[in-house]
Design a protein around this ligand. Structure first.
Ligand code: NGO
Length: 527
């Protein structure tokens, strides 16, 4: 049945091409069939196919309206298309025809866009630069996978005719990189940002400190990075970002319309800081650095005033480097802090975050204290999490705390796919592609009002992850599923349809050099 459906779609596309510009007659029919408008990840909100396809040619111009923002998106698109098409694709504010990028008030909310494709034009209009950018990602996926290559390819570069009207379900579509367990370089982080952009993510959460390493320069406490950043899990050399490097990550992420959400995890997961400064320890003695993978053994000293001076300095400096609204204070697995101390600590620390103009985000254990007004809690439980703990989170949600959903047995990208997966952990179970995709964030936790759910985030913890190849293997193919849960209307959710769209991404990843897990649940095209 499904095969039949796909064959019909393919036939339909071929007919459209045949009826279209006519210019494709000489090209081999198979290569010429443009990707159907609905064969995109994440699934667009509304698709109206029809009319003849648009074709990018040697003479195509990218027309932007006068704004600097639209020009920037235009330049990004041109940079994307030039290597594989070999065309000049000038970006210009003059003339008509070609690919048109338009900032138009009132189109589809803060991140939505509209894409119109026909024989004469390919127009993307949006109410914001982010919307234009997301529209460009859709256009990218409508072009053949070879468009991703960095050498000239034969084409043709056809986009199916019709209209897409699209806007995200959730405002928070995040991915987390743990750069603390194993340090990842600026280049490796940027590479991941580019992967995220392709699927319309809008938050990059950086887990900047943990027991095994402190990864960001803090001028008022220089040993944090210099000493606390000098190793990692397994005893490798670790590393840390200078302020200039962190700013460069922020700038690069912003150029792809992602907000960087920095996390300083506390009061637990602080061994690297405790090792760097004796005065932060209750007993005044600095322990040696730690390179294992245990959790829950460290705590800032809740009774010492210097602890709050430390937090104030760190939050002030990181807030000053971070244009985004959010600052994540961790709060998970504080097993070496008593409940009373945890509550007291959070009561003192959350106002510091507010003082420096940021909104608190914390792991969902924060709901065991008193979350500040406007705070967001990141839920990382699993099916087996106690009803009591889920009820605590739900109570906070009903009281106004927004939720970001990162269920560990669904979208922790560091979980192994199967027992044979060479990387990753399995404490939350094995997470194959279907399990990762097949749930509804809007109905996931009992007694939580749908409006409390602000979105989803896929964490990638790096106990076993050392480089971009490892990141790619665990993120793909699960990451696009998280994107779809965050972006697409619940009505489009359908595993059978999704797995076919996902399969079509495989050749694109090949072209981009992404080494992915070839899950048997997905009908990948023959290599
Ligand atoms: C837990 C723990 C992390 C681990 C991760 C591994 C959270 C929020 N705290 O998630 O320290 O790295 O599991 O999957």
């Amino acid at each position: 049945m499904r095969q039949h459906h796909r064959t019909l779609r393919l036939l339909g596309s071929l007919l459209l091409v045949a009826a279209g510009a006519g210019v494709t007659a000489a090209a081999p029919a198979r290569a010429a069939a443009p990707t159907p408008l609905d064969r995109v990840v994440p699934a667009p909100a509304a698709v109206h196919p029809g009319g003849s396809p648009y074709r990018i040619t040697r003479g195509t111009h990218i027309r932007v309206d006068g704004s600097r923002e639209a020009r920037r998106v235009g330049e990004y698109l041109a940079d994307l298309l030039r290597p594989s098409t070999g065309y000049r694709l000038p970006v210009t504010a003059h003339g008509d025809g070609g690919i048109r990028l338009r900032l138009t008030k009132g189109v589809s909310g803060p991140e939505g866009y509209r894409l119109d494709s026909s024989h004469r034009h390919l127009t993307i209009s949006a109410g914001s630069p982010a919307g234009l950018f997301h529209g460009v990602q859709t256009l990218r996926q409508l072009l053949p996978p070879a468009v991703e290559k960095d050498s000239v390819q034969p084409g043709p570069w056809l986009v199916a005719g019709g209209t897409i009207e699209d806007a995200p379900r959730y405002g928070w579509r995040g991915a987390m990189l743990d750069v603390a367990r194993h340090f990842l370089t600026v280049e490796e982080v940027k590479r991941y940002v580019d992967r995220l952009a392709l699927y319309k993510f809008n938050k990059l959460h950086l887990h900047l400190s943990d027991d095994q390493g402190w990864r960001i320069a803090v001028d008022s406490w220089p040993r944090l990075a210099a000493y606390g950043g000098s190793t990692e899990v397994g005893g490798g050399p670790g590393g840390s970002y200078t302020k200039a490097q962190y700013r460069e990550i922020v700038r690069y992420a912003a150029s792809r319309h992602l907000e960087v959400v920095p996390e300083i995890d506390m009061p637990g997961h602080t061994h690297a800081a405790l090792a760097s400064y004796a005065e932060l320890n209750c007993d005044g003695v600095a322990p040696p650095l730690y390179t294992g993978t245990e959790v829950g053994f460290s705590s800032l000293c809740v009774d010492k005033e210097v602890t709050y001076d430390f937090v104030d300095d760190v939050v002030r400096e990181i807030a000053a480097l971070t244009p985004g609204r959010h600052l994540h204070i961790g709060g998970d697995e504080a097993h070496s802090t008593s409940h009373a101390d945890y509550v007291r600590f959070m009561d003192r620390v959350q106002p510091i975050v507010a003082k420096y103009g940021k909104t608190v985000v914390g792991w969902h254990q924060l709901t065991g204290a008193a979350p500040a007004e406007g705070a967001l809690a990141q839920y990382w439980g699993l099916d087996g999490t106690s009803a009591e703990e889920k009820a605590q989170v739900a109570r906070a949600a009903r009281g106004g705390t927004g939720l970001i959903l990162s269920p560990a047995d669904r979208i922790y990208l560091d979980m192994k796919y199967t027992e044979d997966t060479p990387l990753g952990l399995s404490w939350a179970g094995y997470v194959e592609v279907r399990r990762s995709y097949d749930w509804d964030p809007g109905a996931y936790l009992p007694d939580v009002p749908a409006s409390a759910v602000r979105g989803v985030e896929a964490p990638l913890w790096t106990e076993t992850v050392e480089n971009s190849a490892h990141v790619d293997y665990l993120a793909f193919p699960r990451l696009p599923g998280v994107a779809e849960l965050g972006w697409s209307p619940a009505a489009t959710h359908d595993w059978e349809d999704y797995r076919v769209r996902l399969a079509a991404q495989g050749p694109r990843w090949d072209a981009l050099g992404i080494g992915y897990y070839r899950s048997p649940q997905v009908p990948w095209p023959a290599a």
